[in-house]
Design a protein around this ligand. Structure first.
Ligand SMILES: Cc1cc2nc3c(=O)[nH]c(=O)nc-3n(C[C@H](O)[C@H](O)[C@H](O)COP(=O)(O)O)c2cc1C
Length: 198
């Protein structure tokens, strides 16, 4: 438990947030988070705001032994949209499944669950907050992290592998691991770029 005074907490939060940046799965190697660290990642996700307390999202962690099935689903997803994909393109698609020590699919439940008062936009915001909590926790644990989506998200192959219900949508993978090669953080927009007053 972090027991610093509130001012230190604000400084800590600021520094943590300022260091977060997208790290592509190609630059994430072992070691990944331990089971105890993964438990903290899920705890962080659970701190997300959730209008109506409907828990409109879930995650599926992809274990080491399931990476092969995921690779096959990526290949099938590619073939779904391009039946003429070359052997090299298929192998590239398959290789994506073995990158990053920690890999989990973020899934949003967008409706048809008796909570019509909570629109899809609010459900996605809740998932976004859960994701950011995870990314920041991974950062605090000393790891790099990133989000990866792509055209496979809506494929039959991926939906089937992850047993998505009709009212669920795969949003992105969250990837976490040790950064093999650091990159400078990008220049951030200033408040003037996105804030106005009424
Ligand atoms: C829902 C979502 C999906 C994303 N999918 C990808 C992706 O498929 N490939 C990728 O390189 N980055 C992906 N990103 C990460 C963005 O590219 C990244 O956040 C952006 O480049 C800004 O970099 P930063 O995170 O360091 O600020 C995704 C981000 C979000 C929010």
């Amino acid at each position: 438990m972090f027991l610093a005074e509130p001012t230190d907490l604000a400084e800590f939060a600021g520094q943590l947030i300022a260091r977060r940046q997208q790290v592509s799965p190609k630059r994430l190697t072992d070691p990944g988070p331990t089971p105890d660290q993964v438990a903290l990642l899920w705890q962080a996700a659970a701190q997300a705001p959730d209008h109506g307390l409907i828990l409109p999202w879930r995650f599926v962690q992809v274990s080491a032994r399931a990476r092969q099935s995921l690779g096959e689903a990526f290949v099938q997803a590619l073939v779904e949209r391009d039946p003429c994909a070359t052997a090299e393109q298929r192998e590239d698609a398959r290789a994506k499944a073995v990158r990053a020590p920690f890999l989990a699919l973020a899934i949003a439940r967008l409706g048809d669950d008796g909570h019509a008062e909570i629109p899809p936009t609010e459900r996605l915001v809740s998932l976004g907050c859960a994701l950011q909590n995870m990314l920041l926790t991974a950062q605090a644990q000393g790891f790099g992290s990133g989000l990866v989506s792509g055209q496979a998200m809506d494929s039959v192959a991926l939906r089937t592998l992850f047993a998505l219900a009709p009212n669920e949508k795969a949003i992105c993978f969250v990837v976490i691991g040790t950064v093999s090669k650091a990159k400078p953080n990008r220049k951030r927009p200033s408040a003037a770029d996105f804030v106005s007053s009424l």
